[in-house]
Design a binder for this molecule. Structure first.
Ligand code: C2E
Ligand code: CA
Ligand code: CA
Length: 488
């Protein structure tokens, strides 16, 4: 209240000054303009100047009025005033939410009915929202077709019901002919934490939440999720430094040995990327691979890993070591790039890589897509002298039919098969059948994620070819792998 009174005082002071200026200008013009002959023309000029000043004054007054808190379209509160009152209300007890409401496709309404109708609708929305509020709640127009509301918070269903009441009235708004405007409000909700005061930030959070509508409410509504937003923040930070990290060699291939079962010796390896950040230390792929798959950077990273493995295999060959095939992962994002395998062939040509010493792992989920382009890719992989396996086999909904058309060399049984559960016998039966199926099709089998000795014995009986799992070794830096693999 004090603030409003002091604002009003300021405004009236300025008003008085402006009137004095206008009168002074009138008098000055009247007496100074001697060249003008008639009293009438002097009077006209002076009146003109005064009028100009008065117009300026009105504009200024309006600006001040707006600044003081009124929204000129709805007649309700503007953002500043909303934030000011919300801040005051938050000083009281009890829980609150900040709701950010936006009209779906408001632009279309403006375009169809004109801006006047658009403004009228905004006024109605403001009224409907305001009528729903209690004395200790407040709403305001943030900008354009966006409203901010500070509401009491008891439970999500209760809030949902209140917002639904608002939405329902809005959906009943019609034009003169009685046709519905079809207005839908989208809500973003931020639950205010204790001692929080920055309404602008809360509005931003609520607005962000509005972009992730969840279908489980009466109204289209998204709720701000702290964890989700932390993840987004983390993703942003990783994205900022990923390009530099690639240039600086912070992405490093680790190798996890694959063991053959007869003599239990190393017969292969999988290259798994590790991000060794100078400040953070080791970052594991689960933290960045999904991000890179969504932002497309995985394509560069996979190619980089492939080149690193080419270099490694060439060096081993030159040093006279026995050939140990190394597999690399190929993300499904590659398929969005036409002729992406040309890049692989280009890289491969730079190195002297013995045939079949590198294997490409294609993830099972790839096989839901277009079988034909997949068969072409597998052919290209073979033509380039590489071999090829299906990764994570059994993790999704494997279509066994794909094995008929796509001529891969090996199946990697996903680790879900080896996570111990109550259904051990049935699990064993399934593993046995998959291995037998692979054998019938002349495919090698690799069991992944094996952690127990007992499973090793069972897989031996089943004549599984290779095992990759913690029971033998975890992924390790290349020098460590070399010591282990080439020690004799
Ligand atoms: P993946 O291709 O299925 O790789 C196997 C993952 O299982 C590895 O995790 C490995 O450390 C882990 N693992 C192996 N044996 C065991 C075991 O006995 N028990 C358990 N609990 N885990 C085991 P990692 O290295 O963290 O990689 C995770 C995933 O990240 C990989 O799953 C792969 O999808 C992706 N990834 C890693 N490197 C690359 C890469 O260079 N390119 C692409 N596109 N994806 C990669
Ligand atoms: Ca893999
Ligand atoms: Ca796998």
């Amino acid at each position: 209240m004090k603030q409003i009174i002091s604002q009003l005082k300021n405004i009236s002071m300025m008003l008085i000054w402006d009137v004095i200026t206008a009168v002074a200008l009138f008098v000055l013009t009247y007496f100074v303009m001697d060249e003008l002959q008639t009293t009438f023309s002097k009077f006209m000029l002076a009146a003109g100047v005064s009028l100009f000043v008065l117009v300026m004054l009105v504009i200024k007054y309006q600006l001040l009025y707006k600044q003081y808190g009124r929204d000129d379209v709805t007649g309700g509160k503007n953002k500043k005033e909303f934030e000011r009152i919300a801040k005051d209300l938050l000083k009281g007890d009890g829980s609150y939410v900040v709701v950010y409401a936006n009209i779906d496709r408001f632009k279309l309404i403006n375009e169809t009915y004109g801006n006047d109708v658009g403004d009228q609708i905004l006024r109605q929305i403001h009224k409907i929202i305001d009528d729903e509020l209690r004395w200790d709640e407040v709403s305001g127009r943030i900008m354009a077709d966006n409203f901010g509301v500070l509401m009491r918070y008891h439970s999500l269903p209760k809030l949902d019901q209140r917002l639904y009441r608002i939405s329902k009235q809005l959906s009943e708004l019609t034009d003169e002919q009685g046709n519905s405007y079809g207005i839908i409000l989208y809500f973003g909700v931020y639950v205010v934490e204790e001692d929080e005061t920055n309404i602008s930030v809360m509005l931003e959070h609520a607005n962000l939440a509005r972009k992730k509508i969840s279908p489980s409410h009466l109204v289209p509504m998204g709720i701000y999720d702290v964890k989700e937003s932390q993840r987004l923040g983390r993703d942003k930070a990783l994205e900022m430094k990923m390009h530099n990290a690639l240039e600086q060699g912070h992405f490093v291939p680790f190798l996890q040995p694959k063991y053959e079962l007869e003599g239990e010796s190393i017969a292969g390896a999988e290259a798994l990327v590790r991000w060794i950040d100078p400040e953070e230390g080791m970052i594991y792929p689960n933290e960045f691979i999904p991000l890179f798959e969504s932002n497309g950077f995985i394509v560069e990273l996979d190619l980089y890993m492939f080149e690193e493995v080419c270099k490694l295999v060439e060096r081993w060959n030159k040093e006279g070591h026995p050939i140990i095939p190394v597999s690399v992962n190929l993300s499904r994002s590659h398929f969005e790039i036409p002729n992406f395998f040309d890049y692989y062939e280009y890289v491969l040509k730079k190195y002297d890589v013995p045939p079949r010493s590198i294997e490409i792992e294609l993830t099972e989920s790839l096989f839901f897509n277009d079988m034909e382009s997949l068969s072409v890719l597998v052919q290209q992989i073979h033509d380039a002298g590489l071999s090829c396996s299906i990764d994570d086999f059994g993790s999704g909904y494997s279509s066994l039919n794909m094995l008929k058309d796509v001529k891969v060399d090996a199946l990697k049984l996903d680790r879900v098969f080896f996570e111990s559960g109550d259904n051990d016998e049935r699990g064993k039966d399934i593993v046995q059948s998959v291995i037998q199926l692979a054998q019938a099709l002349d495919l090698h089998t690799i069991s992944e994620g094996v952690e127990e000795r007992e499973q090793v014995e069972f897989l031996k009986e089943m004549h599984c070819d290779l095992i990759q799992g913690y029971v033998f070794a975890k992924p390790m830096p290349v020098p460590e792998f070399e010591k282990l693999a080439f020690r004799s």
